[in-house]
Design a protein around this ligand. Structure first.
Ligand SMILES: CC(C)(COP(=O)(O)OP(=O)(O)OC[C@H]1O[C@@H](n2cnc3c(N)ncnc32)[C@H](O)[C@@H]1OP(=O)(O)O)[C@@H](O)C(=O)NCCC(=O)NCCS
Length: 228
């Protein structure tokens, strides 16, 4: 009984925090000149930075988890989306992010329903342009229904095909084809997957009951304890 009341209080306060966060983040995104689609949800404060020539475009119904406890798998930092120089960030619909950093100096493009696991980094550049050891930025493209595991890094020039899963902790330095499982450092294909029918259907980081396990089922079916 006490447990149920306590859970109810937690869900209530979480919902209020999430509503407030969403309002504030939408205003901050608008001030930063970000094109933000309808229905996105925010937990904690996401950083958006866009230089005057850069651009950030986010589709509909994306979820941004930036608060440390917004995802049980552990979020070490807020989501930060930054477009430098003429860099462009383009994100499709229904993508989920947990402590994800995206830094664009040329183009970082994500399709629809991309799940970005906790503390993922996606960047098309080396970040120290004034250092002669840095290479030129090269566009990154991540297809529809891609799932990046926790702590994945995607580096410049990489394309990841639709439906592919990238294993936890991988460093992706080269293109990875569609519909496979790839992992490691450097990331390599370790298995092929079936087509779209095998895919789970959503980076619905949009699930809101994650912290409290509210989306778990009692019927023993597979559930998401973590929705990036
Ligand atoms: C990639 C993944 C989905 C593969 O799971 P799986 O299909 O059950 O694969 P298995 O555990 O059977 O591993 C298959 C092989 O890949 C290797 N492998 C799996 N994940 C790996 C990883 N992250 N890095 C390196 N190698 C990995 C295994 O060692 C194994 O190698 P072997 O064939 O030589 O023994 C899973 O390992 C993974 O990384 N999940 C991500 C979880 C996550 O980050 N969730 C995010 C929530 S925010």
């Amino acid at each position: 009984m006490i447990h149920r009341i306590w859970n109810g209080i937690r869900i209530g306060t979480r919902t209020v925090r999430q509503l407030l966060s969403t309002r504030i983040n939408r205003i901050l995104a608008w001030l930063a000149g970000v094109e933000l689609g309808r229905g996105s949800l925010f937990y904690g404060r996401t950083t958006f930075f866009r230089s005057s020539s850069g651009g950030i475009r986010i589709g509909h119904s994306c979820t941004f988890k930036s608060a440390a406890r917004s995802n049980f798998i552990g979020v070490n930092r807020p989501c930060m989306f930054t477009a430098h120089g003429t860099g462009q960030i383009r994100v499709g619909d229904r993508c989920g992010f947990s402590g994800t950093v995206i830094g664009a100096f040329s183009l970082v493009e994500l399709g629809d329903r991309v799940r970005c696991g906790a503390n993922t980094l996606i960047t098309d550049g080396d970040w120290h342009g004034s250092d002669s050891r840095s290479g030129d930025p090269r566009p990154v493209k991540i297809g529809n229904d891609v799932w990046l595991g926790v702590n994945v890094t995607v580096l410049k020039g990489v394309t990841i095909g639709d439906g592919t899963v990238i294993g936890a902790g991988s460093v992706v330095t080269k293109d990875i084809p569609a519909n496979c499982v790839a992992a490691g450092n450097p990331c390599r294909v370790i298995a092929q997957r079936g087509g779209a029918s095998e895919q789970s259907g959503a980076a619905s980081g949009a699930t809101s009951g994650v912290e409290l396990g509210a989306n778990s089922s009692s019927d023993g079916e597979k559930t998401d304890a973590s929705t990036p």
